[in-house]
Write a protein that binds this ligand. Structure first.
Ligand code: SF4
Length: 303
């Protein structure tokens, strides 16, 4: 047989495998789909190994601390700026700084907002989960004036909030981003977005992380997100609701999967309260804690 005839006698080549014809973006998409989601994996594992834990913990906290009821206190832009002001400082300082903003850049727009809560006894208190005394009633500042204020002037205005040199440009950048994207400073459109999408929109603003975004969305719109602050993180890790070595990002993601429907506000406020008054960082009062028999800090094998 001549070489030419041998070539002709070769069996026809197998059709190329489907995967070999995938385009690069399709392969990337397939890889992304295949990548395990550690937050989802954790929530499934918890449901298998410690069934009913999240609901049980939240129920016990309600019995111990009460059931706080969600009520909007501030508009979302004010909440965002107040949360930036509260980063790495006491809430008392940030509310002073926010009130200084109102005084320096007053506005007639929008309704007067009432930050404090009036209890059943008629006494005014700070809002749930807030560590300050609550702000006086007032309208939001003139956000355009805040955005365009000379930076040194804004730094002086918010000086009482601490880290003013960092927070002033962060506030102006956030306000600028919102206005450039939306045409004004309002964030009310976020109420119509699914939780993750709304959070992602806010975290695309430079300087806004998942905690700040979750605070704004939970407190202003009741979006089912858990802002993981230092108290929420400590109690969640000690009990074993989230992995002991979880990053803040994973902690936020894990809570997104764990949260029972309709309980996000109550869960957030009660975990903060519990961290402040019972599960202290240095001296947790495990002897009086209603979670003790389910807490992995007390017993590594707690159910
Ligand atoms: S049992 Fe102790 S460590 Fe566990 S949540 Fe309660 S106070 Fe915190």
């Amino acid at each position: 047989m001549s070489p030419g005839a041998a070539r002709a006698a070769k069996p026809a080549a197998k059709p190329a495998a489907k995967t070999a014809t995938k385009t690069a973006p399709a392969r990337a998409t397939a890889r992304r789909r295949a990548a395990p989601d550690p937050a989802r994996a954790w929530s499934r594992k918890l449901a298998r190994s410690r069934p009913g834990l999240v609901e049980d913990v939240l129920d016990r906290l309600v019995v111990f601390h009460g059931r706080p009821v969600w009520e909007r206190r501030l508009d979302a832009t004010s909440e965002l700026v107040l949360t930036i002001l509260s980063q790495n400082t006491a809430d008392l300082n940030s509310e002073r700084a926010f009130q200084a903003l109102r005084a320096a850049h007053p506005s007639d727009a929008g309704p007067v907002e009432v930050h404090r809560v009036t209890g059943p006894d008629g006494v005014e208190r700070a809002p749930h989960g807030w560590g300050g005394v609550g702000m006086d009633p007032g309208r939001p500042p003139d956000w355009m004036a805040v955005e365009s204020a000379p930076l040194p002037e804004l730094v002086e205005t918010i000086r009482s909030g601490g880290l003013a040199e960092q927070k002033a440009p962060r506030i102006q950048a956030a306000l600028r981003t919102i206005r450039e994207e939306r045409g004004d400073h309002r964030l009310d459109f976020l109420v119509d977005l699914p939780a993750r999408e709304a959070r992602d929109w806010l975290t695309r603003i430079p300087g806004i992380g998942p905690k700040t975004a979750s605070v704004v969305l939970l407190f202003c719109f009741g979006t089912p997100l858990m802002p993981v602050d230092t108290h929420v993180e400590r109690v969640s890790k000690r009990v074993g609701l989230i992995p002991a070595d979880a990053t803040l990002e994973l902690a936020h993601e894990a809570w997104l999967h764990l949260m029972p429907e309709g309980r996000a506000y109550e869960a957030h406020v009660n975990l903060i309260t519990h961290g402040r008054v019972v599960c202290d960082a240095r001296r947790p009062k495990c002897g009086i804690c209603p979670l003790a028999d389910r807490c992995r800090f007390v017993d590594r094998r707690a159910p």
